[in-house]
Design a protein around this ligand. Structure first.
Ligand SMILES: CC(C)(COP(=O)(O)OP(=O)(O)OC[C@H]1O[C@@H](n2cnc3c(N)ncnc32)[C@H](O)[C@@H]1OP(=O)(O)O)[C@@H](O)C(=O)NCCC(=O)NCCS
Length: 139
């Protein structure tokens, strides 16, 4: 993800989430030493993105989305393969993420890649309030 991508990413974020990250938050991600912000592009257009945080021997997936126009075509899998590569290259022992318990599509994707549910954070999300499932993949 570059500065030039942030307008597109923030636009997609508003479409994809009820409680979206702001453009400023994405700009901050570009400066953060521990952050690894990535995009997938199709003919110069951003069709997917993820923001990762490298914390000691763990990679956290802080944000992950695919444009509604490009879903169910393997873009999410492409991003996930890149996440696994980043984690391995950095010597991480695990990857962790949170997901709304009702988000079956995302849970399916994560399960397909070997993530398992390890916990639940009560009322973690707002708009609407909902529990988060914590999922981990051990490398
Ligand atoms: C979840 C999301 C990232 C999936 O992206 P995608 O590019 O459509 O996913 P893919 O095409 O690579 O699908 C990979 C797998 O994910 C699962 N999956 C994806 N969408 C699904 C859906 N609508 N219903 C059920 N399973 C789904 C399936 O297991 C699929 O594998 P399969 O095709 O063999 O069944 C996308 O729907 C999205 O951006 N949703 C809104 C934002 C979001 O929820 N982000 C995750 C926050 S934790």
């Amino acid at each position: 993800m570059s500065k030039e991508d942030v307008d597109q990413v923030a636009g997609l974020e508003k479409i994809c989430f009820s409680d979206p990250w702001s453009k400023e938050t994405f700009m901050e991600e570009l400066q953060l030493k521990l952050a690894i912000p990535l995009v997938v592009k199709l003919e110069e257009k951003v069709v997917g993105y993820t923001c990762l945080w490298h914390l000691d021997d763990q990679l956290e997936v802080a944000n992950f989305a695919v444009s509604p126009d490009h879903r169910k075509k393997g873009v999410g899998e492409k991003l996930m393969k890149r996440i696994l590569m980043e984690a391995k290259e950095r010597g991480c022992k695990s990857i962790v993420l949170s997901v709304r318990e009702s988000n079956q599509g995302a849970v399916n994707l994560y399960t397909k890649f070997g993530f398992v549910e390890v916990g639940r954070r009560k009322k973690y999300y707002r708009l609407p309030t909902e529990d988060a499932l914590t999922m981990v993949k051990t490398l």
